[in-house]
Design a protein around this ligand. Structure first.
Ligand code: PEP
Length: 249
């Protein structure tokens, strides 16, 4: 399966910094064609700028970091799936742990967001992952399976159209990465859960996220059930992101 390397810029960037970063990525990709799909999930205000910087290249797709669970109307500050689709967004992160933590998004919200994205023709990247205390309490599998189960329940047979990102919360932005064995083990659990929901489970891309960088990407991406990466900090430097792209064979 073709891997996907998706960058998550989080709340970072500026018009000038984005331009430098995109130019660096395009220059790097011009030298060697990537063998994976690439996406950048950027702050919504920069979607138009990034698209215009990417205009002559179809190597990189643009994604959003969130999508409203509401269709339209009196939801000040929200951006709907239809709006994102209208401006050409291809992927939406749904339920990133920072939103679960700081914006009180729960499993039900996340499932509805994924459904809204799909209905608008956007591929949701549904993020799941346990906290450190949940892992220490040996609850990691229970938590992650509960998070995915909510999405499976709502989407039914459309579950094969999503992407899942396993992002252990203790590894996000901490420099502490899950070992390839830990990541593979949880990906296998997720794959098995998807297998009981759809006969197409083997075609669903499962991304690993959590301090992925140029040094650890190759080993993580070599695991049989890891089909790509969701990359935060290392997506903000073109050389680092390009090295991860190169590791995705
Ligand atoms: C993320 O934001 O999804 C992420 C994985 O961040 P980082 O790579 O910085 O840990």
């Amino acid at each position: 399966m073709k891997k996907l390397i998706a960058g998550n810029w989080k709340m970072n960037g500026s018009l000038a910094a984005n331009e430098t970063l995109i130019q660096g990525l395009l220059a790097g990709l011009a030298n060697s064609a990537p063998s994976c799909d690439i996406a950048l999930c950027v702050p919504s205000v920069y979607i138009a700028q990034v698209q215009s910087l990417l205009a002559d290249s179809n190597a990189i797709a643009v994604g959003s970091q969130n999508v409203s669970q509401h269709e339209n109307g009196a939801y000040t500050g929200d951006v709907s799936a239809e709006m994102l689709a209208e401006v050409g967004v291809r992927y939406s992160l749904c339920g990133h742990s920072e939103r679960r933590q700081h914006q009180a998004e729960n499993d039900t919200h996340v499932a509805i967001k994924a459904q809204r994205a799909l209905m608008a023709g956007i591929t949701p990247i549904v993020c799941v992952g346990e906290t450190l205390s949940e892992r220490e309490a040996e609850m990691a599998e229970v938590v992650v399976k509960r998070q995915l189960a909510a999405v499976i329940r709502l989407l039914g047979s459309s579950i094969d159209k999503i992407i899942v990102a396993y992002e252990p919360v203790w590894a996000i932005g901490t420099g502490r990465t899950a070992t390839p064995e830990q990541a593979q083990q949880m990906h296998a659990v997720l794959r098995a859960q998807l297998q009981s929901a759809t006969e197409n489970a083997d075609k669903i891309r499962l991304l690993y996220g959590g301090s992925m960088n140029a040094g650890n990407a190759a080993e993580l991406l070599a695991q049989p059930d890891i089909n790509g990466g969701l990359v935060g900090g290392a997506s903000l430097k073109s050389a680092d992101f390009l090295a991860i792209i190169a590791a995705a064979r």
